[in-house]
Design a protein around this ligand. Structure first.
Ligand SMILES: Cc1cc2nc3c(=O)[nH]c(=O)nc-3n(C[C@H](O)[C@H](O)[C@H](O)COP(=O)(O)OP(=O)(O)OC[C@H]3O[C@@H](n4cnc5c(N)ncnc54)[C@H](O)[C@@H]3O)c2cc1C
Length: 394
């Protein structure tokens, strides 16, 4: 077994969570190893939409140039099961700056962050699948792929839904979630404005569309597994579904047998805690609810920032505990909001009623998308509505 250097921090997983965390820890002067099972970061099952507050965080991290050339998303088209279409636009954060989301190409984005980190001293180990983690009496961790070992003071699990770090620390919690995701990059049929799109369909299914380029559209369908179980293959299933929704059909070129769809299950993860002794979880490894409000990458970005700010290797236990507290505080309201939206989309009648209301109340629709895009917290969202009422402009 070949032993590598001793590191301050060993990070498993070079997705958005792991690569951003590595970038910030290297900037803090730590000696960091980032280990990734794939030969290079690659495109994932992901809508590839970063909400406006996620864009703001990346700018604050000095990574604006990693978003240059990526398509800006000015708001969201919301579509109800009966076909009510509402175009919403992200409200301005302050009077002179527009709030925008971004469409990124996963893989390329992470590659860019990793190359910036390597220039600053990161040791990156691609093509390396960690299958064993051992902790010694000093609390130090050794990660092994069967041929090499990496030792470090702190272990960060940024290794996604199937996290080996969460498994080793026995932090996983049973989830009753039965939803699956069907995902593809498809040919774009016509050029709509630069809005992300959320189509609520029957039976609580939904489709997220994200225009990545003039040619390509990112397609994510989420549904209860039981509706897919007896289907005649994924391509036929998606083709029939699209055929029954004219607004989807208008935008997506015919689904061919050669189109490649990925099916992912489960799409949720629950954990009992996000910290262990000298070990911590972040990104999807730390829990994932459902992609309905496009939160996953935003959560990964925010968690990486919280963790990098809190880490103090002379006081690991205390710093990880602060990270956990801040993470819970920051996300608890958003989790409740996501759950409310999940309940609403289960009922087509309710979704259509809300669609109708939003169609006739554009200001409210824009503020709501500001809440979903994390421009507003629930508190500032309510304040903004209250102010509008008070000024009788609503
Ligand atoms: C259908 C769908 C649509 C979505 N759309 C959006 C969206 O539009 N916007 C948004 O913000 N979020 C979206 N999400 C969520 C988002 O994709 C995830 O939250 C995000 O990818 C999490 O990033 P991560 O870095 O935590 O995990 P990942 O991106 O999964 O990265 C984990 C990395 O760890 C590596 N790894 C795993 N095990 C090992 C091991 N043993 N050894 C070494 N390496 C390992 C993997 O190869 C991988 O590269 C969507 C999710 C789904 C399912």
């Amino acid at each position: 077994m070949k032993e590598n250097d001793f590191y301050d921090v060993v990070i498993l997983g070079a997705g958005i969570a792991g690569s951003l965390c590595a970038y910030q820890l290297i900037n803090k002067g730590y000696k960091v190893a980032l280990i990734e099972k794939n030969a290079q970061p690659k495109r994932k099952i992901c809508g590839e939409y970063i909400c406006p507050d996620g864009v703001k965080f990346l700018e604050e991290l000095g990574l604006s140039d990693s978003l240059v050339g990526r398509r800006s998303i000015m708001g969201m088209k919301l579509v109800s099961p009966s076909g009510i279409e509402v175009d919403t636009f992200f409200p301005k954060r302050n009077s002179n700056k527009y709030s925008i989301g971004k469409s990124i190409e996963r893989g390329l984005f992470e590659k860019d962050i990793i190359s910036k980190s390597i220039k600053l001293g990161l040791d990156f180990f691609p093509n390396t699948k960690i299958d064993k983690l051992i902790q010694d009496g000093n609390g130090h961790w050794t990660a092994s792929d069967g041929q090499n070992t990496w030792r470090g003071k702190l272990l960060i699990g940024a290794d996604g839904i199937q996290s080996i770090v969460a498994k080793t620390l026995n932090l996983n919690k049973k989830s009753e979630h039965r939803k699956i995701a069907i995902h593809a990059h498809l040919q774009r049929n016509n050029l709509l404005p630069d809005l992300g799109q959320m189509h609520v369909l029957r039976n609580g299914m939904y489709v997220g569309l994200n225009p990545i380029s003039n040619q390509e559209i990112n397609f994510s369908l989420v549904l209860d597994k039981k509706f897919f179980d007896n289907s005649n293959g994924v391509n036929t299933f998606v083709r029939n579904l699209i055929d029954s929704y004219p607004i989807l059909k208008k935008q997506i070129a015919n689904i061919e047998e050669t189109d490649h769809f990925n099916v992912l299950m489960p799409i949720s993860k629950k954990v009992k805690s996000i910290i262990g002794k000298n070990a911590v979880l972040m990104g999807d490894a730390a829990g994932f609810l459902d992609p309905l409000t496009g939160e996953g990458m935003y959560s990964a970005i925010k968690m990486s920032k919280l963790l990098a700010e809190q880490i103090d290797l002379d006081n690991i236990e205390q710093s990880l505990s602060s990270y956990q507290t801040l993470k819970i505080q920051f996300f608890k309201n958003k989790i409740q909001i996501n759950k409310i939206f999940q309940l609403i989309i289960k009922s087509s009648i309710m979704s259509n009623l809300i669609g109708h209301f939003l169609k006739t109340h554009q200001y409210f629709a824009n503020q709501l998308i500001g809440l979903i895009g994390n421009i507003y917290t629930p508190k500032t969202f309510i304040q903004s509505l209250f102010l509008k009422f008070k000024n009788k402009g609503y």
